[in-house]
Design a protein around this ligand. Structure first.
Ligand SMILES: Nc1ncnc2c1ncn2[C@@H]1O[C@H](COP(=O)(O)OP(=O)(O)OP(=O)(O)O)[C@@H](O)[C@H]1O
Ligand SMILES: [Mg+2]
Length: 320
C-alpha cells in the first residue's frame, strides 16, 4: 500500500485510497515526556531513539516545529507515524511519499540535493514504539518530493507550453515559490525561503496573548489566526477581555509584514501567465498576490474553501 504524506511543519497531511480518496490533516503538536493515559484506545505516548514524547495540542511546552531542522528531527518522524495511526488503516508495511521544502530539496545551484533527501529518508526509518506496545506502521520504500510543485500538475497539463504557472505555497514555516512551464516542460525558476511562514504571525500572537494572561501552544495561537474574524472565539479563549483588541492588532500588523515579505520574494519571478496560491497561509496573502501579479481573473487559482487548500496540494499525486 502507498500513502502520500505532505509532512508540513504545522500539520501532516495524509492521502490514501480505499474505495475512494481519503484525506486527513493532523497537527504536529508534541512535547517531551509521556502524559497520563486516559484509559481509551488513543495512542499518544511514543518512544524514539530512547526518548519519550507525547502528542499534546494544548501544552505551551510543545516542541517548536517552525524551523527547517524539524524536517529531519525525531519529532517529525513521530508526527508522521502519529498521523498514519489516525488513518484507521491496520498498521502494516507501507510505501510512503513525503515532501521537503524547496530550499532543502534543491541545493544553491538549483540541483536536487541528494544528501538532504537521504537524510530525510534515514530520519524517517528510525524505529518508533508506543506506550501501549501496539503495532506501528513499518516504512518500506520512501520517496521524497519537492513541496508545492505536485499541486500544479493538473492545471499544468491543460496549459500551453508557452505559458507558465507560478505556484506560491505559504505554510507554517516556509515559503516555496516555483515557476513551471505548461505541460511540465521546464522548471523555470524556484525559490524557497525557510524563514517566511504563518509562524511569523503565530509568534506575535503568542506574545500578545501573554500580555492578555493567556499562555498557549503554537497550535492554539494558530487557532486565533484562523478565527481572526470570529469575535466569539476571542471572547471565549482570552483570559483578559480588555486585551482582545491588542491581540487582533498583533495579528493585523504581523500579517502586513508577512504580505510584504511574500510580495518581495515574488518580484524575482517574471513572465508567468497563471498563478496558484496554496498552503494554510493562502487566505492571508492571496489578495495581495492577486493585486501584485495582475494575471487574468480566471488564471488566478486560489481555493476558496480552506479544506481544499491542502487537498489541492495532492491533486494528482496518485499519478506520479
Ligand atoms: N484559514 C486560515 N487563515 C489563516 N491561517 C491559516 C488558515 N488555515 C491555516 N492557517 C495557518 O496555516 C499554517 C499551516 O499551513 P500548512 O498546513 O500549509 O503548513 P505546513 O505545510 O504544515 O508548513 P510548512 O509547509 O511551512 O512546513 C498554520 O500556521 C495555520 O495557522
Ligand atoms: Mg507545507
Amino acid at each position: 500500500m502507498k500513502i502520500y504524506v505532505d509532512d508540513g511543519s504545522t500539520s501532516i497531511k495524509v492521502k490514501w485510497e480505499e474505495s475512494d480518496d481519503k484525506r486527513l490533516a493532523v497537527p504536529t503538536a508534541f512535547k517531551r515526556g509521556w502524559k497520563a493515559d486516559f484509559g481509551n484506545s488513543n495512542i499518544v505516548n511514543y518512544d524514539i531513539d530512547g526518548e519519550k514524547y507525547s502528542f499534546d495540542r494544548h501544552d505551551s511546552a510543545a516542541l517548536n516545529t517552525s524551523n527547517i531542522e524539524w524536517q529531519y528531527s525525531a519529532a517529525n518522524t513521530l508526527a508522521v507515524h502519529h498521523a498514519l495511526l489516525q488513518t484507521g488503516i491496520e498498521p502494516q508495511t507501507i510505501d510512503i511519499v513525503v515532501t521537503l521544502p524547496l530550499s532543502e530539496y534543491y541545493d544553491t545551484n538549483k540541483q536536487i540535493n541528494k544528501e538532504n533527501i537521504q537524510r530525510k529518508k534515514s530520519s524517517l526509518m528510525r524505529r518508533v514504539s508506543n506506550s501501549k506496545e501496539t503495532q506501528m506502521f513499518k516504512l518500506d520504500a520512501i520517496t521524497v518530493r519537492p513541496e508545492s510543485i505536485p499541486a500544479g500538475f493538473e492545471i499544468l497539463s491543460e496549459m500551453d507550453t508557452n505559458q507558465s504557472l507560478l505556484i506560491v505555497d505559504i505554510g507554517g514555516t516556509t515559503l516555496d515559490i516555483s515557476q513551471i512551464s505548461g505541460k511540465m516542460t521546464d522548471v523555470i525558476n524556484i525559490y524557497g525561503d525557510p524563514h517566511t511562514g504563518v509562524s511569523l504571525i503565530t509568534e506575535e500572537v503568542k506574545n500578545a496573548l501573554i500580555e492578555a494572561k493567556t499562555y498557549t501552544s503554537n497550535h492554539m495561537a494558530d487557532l486565533f489566526i484562523i478565527n481572526r474574524n470570529n469575535h466569539d472565539f476571542f471572547d471565549k479563549n482570552i483570559n483578559n477581555p480588555a486585551k482582545i483588541k491588542r491581540v487582533k492588532e498583533a495579528i493585523e500588523n504581523a500579517n502586513r509584514r508577512l504580505n510584504e515579505r511574500v510580495i518581495n520574494s515574488i518580484r524575482q519571478f517574471k513572465g508567468y501567465s497563471h498563478v496558484m496560491v496554496i498552503g494554510g497561509g493562502s487566505e492571508l496573502i492571496s489578495q495581495a498576490i492577486k493585486d501584485f501579479c495582475d494575471v487574468r481573473q480566471d488564471r488566478f487559482l486560489f481555493p476558496l474553501i480552506h479544506n481544499l487548500i491542502w487537498s489541492m496540494a495532492f491533486s494528482l499525486w496518485g499519478k506520479y
